[in-house]
Ligand binder design. Structure first.
Ligand code: NAD
Ligand code: UD1
Length: 338
């Protein structure tokens, strides 16, 4: 299939591009590089050994999107493009609502105009909010999002559900990712956050190479086995494989399905840090700090539906995630811009 990846130069999309190409599909990228750079695409091309067509454009630019759809007969679209930093979304809510909603609306209008009706969307476990019971299942009602970023995902899910109800030819898969970490085993592509990372794994990686002094563990008094927060960390290559299967699913079904992509296992902050230290033979100095406002004690996915509908399950371990992250960090100390 010829598949458009919006936000295709980003962290998750670049890994998905590799898996799609290796599964025999033809990925095409559109990105405005607001949080990425063309070097990521060059690295993908290096891994797969062939060029990937790519366009520099804002997905909310209708004229640009029309040109891309005129030049390509897409079978399916994966919509990764969006702003994703939770704290930034609290400080700049209008920018987040504008970018994330506008890109989605313009994309869907362009798809409708060109008769392309298969869409896979990057949603997030953040739409569940803080539910009282784990694991999180797709039919659980959201407890409400805790930040504008989360609400954009919630709203986009509703927009896409509405469209697939209105036009039965649409096939939409809403993928709710848990905590993607790790990197391609080549060490060529990985997560390259700008500035000081907010998320745990990129922060640990920068402490491990001495770029940051020490990790602050946000709270050790949660009601979890060791008191630190528990999350469902999923290797980005497993996640990418889930997208390949979601495209196949969208091609053979109509309607709208919500599907969790997680491993079904929760690991604590200390589990992750200690595994990182053990498998990479490095030190990661840390201190216990106060809880981070807005954090929840624990969440992990019920991945039963992904297995039933997509035939997908995570295969890589926490050890793989830690090893692959460190390899990318060591090979690319200044990220893609180095
Ligand atoms: P990323 O920032 O690396 O990738 C997003 C890409 O979208 C970037 O390349 C960025 O330049 C591009 N983009 C943003 N706005 C655009 C616009 N208007 N036009 C064109 N391109 C635009 O982030 P990621 O971690 O790869 O996440 C991909 C998607 O998955 C996002 O929608 C994110 O919200 C979602 N998601 C990510 C996580 C995570 O932990 N990384 C978890 C759940 C959901
Ligand atoms: C956050 C976002 C979520 C987003 C996800 C992307 C919130 C409330 N949620 O999830 O919407 O999809 O990132 O991966 O922000 N931790 C530390 N020290 C650090 C950083 C994190 O102890 O320096 C802890 C956190 O308290 C948490 C765990 O590590 O227990 C994971 O944090 P993080 O990687 O930021 O992800 P989430 O908060 O789960």
């Amino acid at each position: 299939m010829k598949i458009l990846l919006t936000g295709g130069a980003g962290y998750i999309a670049s890994h998905t591009c590799v898996e799609l190409a290796q599964a025999g599909h033809e990925p095409v990228i559109v990105d405005n590089y607001v949080n990425s750079c063309p070097e990521a695409i060059r690295r993908v091309e290096q891994i797969i050994g062939r060029p990937v067509p790519h366009y520099e454009a804002d997905v909310s630019d209708r004229a640009a999107m029309d040109r891309i759809f005129e030049e390509n007969a897409f079978d399916c679209v994966i919509h990764f493009a969006g702003l994703k930093a939770v704290g930034e979304s609290v400080a700049q809510p209008l920018r987040y609502y504008r970018n994330n909603l506008d890109t989605t609306l313009t994309l869907c209008e362009t798809m409708q105009a060109h008769g392309v009706k298969r869409l896979v969307f990057s949603s997030s476990a953040t739409v569940y909010g803080n539910l009282p019971t784990v694991p999180y299942r797709e039919d659980m009602t959201s407890a409400g999002c805790t930040n504008p970023y989360g609400w954009t995902k919630f709203m986009i899910e509703k927009i896409l559900e509405g469209q697939s109800t209105a036009d039965h030819e649409w096939s939409v898969v809403l993928l709710r990712y848990f905590n993607p970490i790790g990197a391609h085993e080549s060490g060529l592509i990985g997560e390259d956050p700008a500035g000081i990372p907010n998320n745990l794994m990129p922060y640990v990686a920068k402490v491990a190479v001495g770029e940051l002094e020490k990790l602050s563990i946000f709270g050790n008094d949660y009601p979890t086995p060791d008191g630190t927060g528990v999350r469902d960390y999923i290797h980005v290559v497993d996640l990418a494989r889930g997208h390949v299967l979601a495209c196949d699913y969208a091609a053979s079904h109509e309607g709208c399905e919500i599907i969790n992509l997680g491993t079904g296992h929760g690991y604590s902050v200390l589990d992750l840090v200690q595994t990182f230290i053990r498998v990479n033979h490095v030190d990661v100095p840390y201190v216990i700090a106060p809880r981070r406002p807005g954090d929840i004690a624990e969440n992990w996915a019920d991945p039963t539906k992904a297995r039933a509908l997509l035939g997908w399950q995570a295969e890589k371990t926490l050890e793989d995630m830690c090893r692959d992250t460190f390899r990318f960090q060591q090979k690319n100390p200044k990220g893609y811009r180095g």
